[in-house]
Design a protein around this ligand. Structure first.
Ligand SMILES: Nc1ncnc2c1ncn2[C@@H]1O[C@H](COP(=O)(O)OP(=O)(O)OP(=O)(O)O)[C@@H](O)[C@H]1O
Length: 356
């Protein structure tokens, strides 16, 4: 198990990692989700040993890795741009790591070729060994990069936005393949991405990096349904979040004051989260009994195939989204510019304590 405790890393005035605690268990596919600039690459570089943390520790199975140079950590790193050697063949790219690794370098040419070919077979590139890396597709280059890392039998594989350079179709296929390869090897993958869909699809668990810390680390389905805090919810791109304050009259937000059941009422500042797919829409005078609601002006709709998105603006100018699944449509016909009541049952909301 890889463990980071209290890891901080600053660049001048910028705090990239801020006392971060994080573990990657054995035999697990872990997604790390964060916005651009949230410190994802810094975190991978600290784990791999390309950077040392200012404070805190990195260990593997309780052995400290701080101060151990990258090539002695047994950690694989698949770079976003693949970083292949353009003048070498596919097989020689894969063999390179094996011939040159610091621990237990393989010198016997026959064994090098056998192991390189086995790694290519594992990533679905049997028979491609003789090709130049310029003569294969982007998805195949991605797999060469993976094979080059896997051939060295790392204890954990770090993947920095591994699908970012691929087109959408290929990305979907590589998602399945990465998971299948990992399951065969039983080695943990830590997959960094800025895409919530990719993080949720890939990870057995998803860790969300925000403000230099992991704000939630949970199985994908639990995280999606039950974010612990507003920061985590925001990253899922599926939750509307209305910041407000608990008052005598209810939970006061810029969109409306909600008469929350007492057990949900935050003591001071807080926010109300409601998922895009759990809001219904009615005429202002037709909100069902027991539902909470707020008024909002319908802006426009967006049709995405199996789902349709509707965009609204609250009285205080916040953008709110509602999603409809075309298999089970819930939304009425709406007129752009008209005001509707967006409503939901109190059981469907999450209240997050603290300032948003
Ligand atoms: N070498 C550096 N010198 C100065 N600031 C840096 C350096 N590396 C990273 N930073 C800053 O640290 C913060 C975290 O950067 P990092 O590259 O880790 O983010 P990221 O989540 O990987 O972003 P992206 O998804 O855009 O690649 C950013 O504010 C970045 O500008």
């Amino acid at each position: 198990m890889l463990t980071l405790s209290g890891v901080s890393r600053k660049y001048g005035d910028v705090t990239a990692l801020d006392g971060l605690d994080f573990t990657v268990p054995d035999d697990r596919y872990v997604s790390l989700l964060g916005a651009s600039g949230s410190g994802k690459t810094t975190l991978l570089r600290v784990i791999a040993g390309f950077e040392e943390p200012d404070t805190g520790t990195v260990s593997f199975d309780r052995t400290r890795l701080d101060g151990v140079p990258p090539h002695l950590r047994d950690i694989g790193f698949v770079f976003q741009n693949f970083a292949l050697f353009p003048h070498l063949s596919v097989r020689d790219n894969v063999a390179f790591g094996l011939r040159h690794r610091a621990k237990a370098a393989v010198r016997d040419p026959k064994e090098v070729i056998e192991r390189a070919e086995a790694a290519l077979d594992l990533v679905g590139l049997k028979g491609f060994g003789h090709r130049g890396v310029g003569a294969i597709s982007g998805g195949q280059r991605q797999r060469v990069a993976l094979a080059r890392t896997l051939v060295t039998e790392p204890r954990i594989v770090l993947l920095d936005e591994p699908l970012g350079a691929l087109d959408a179709n290929l990305r979907a296929r590589m998602c399945d393949e990465l998971r299948a390869i990992r399951e065969r090897l039983k080695v943990s993958f830590l997959h960094v991405t800025g895409s919530e869909a990719e993080a949720l699809t890939m990870g057995d668990t998803v860790a969300i990096l925000s403000g230099g810390r992991i704000v939630q680390d949970a199985p994908a389905t639990r995280l999606f349904a039950n974010p612990d805090n507003a920061a985590a919810a925001r990253h899922l791109n599926a939750w509307n979040i209305l910041a407000g304050q608990g008052t005598g009259a209810g939970f006061a937000t810029g969109a409306a004051t909600f008469a929350l059941p007492p057990h949900l009422m935050p003591r001071g500042a807080g926010s109300l989260g409601v998922r895009f797919d759990q809001i219904s829409i009615a005429r202002p005078d037709a909100v069902p009994e027991g539902h909470l609601s707020f008024p909002a002006r319908y802006l426009t709709g967006e049709f995405n195939g199996p789902t349709a998105l509707a965009f609204f603006r609250t009285n205080d100018g916040q953008l709110v989204q509602v999603v409809d699944h075309l298999g089970q449509p819930r939304l009425p016909e709406m007129t752009e510019g008209a005001t509707y009541a967006l409503h939901f049952h109190p059981d469907q909301i999450r209240i997050f304590e603290g300032a948003a």
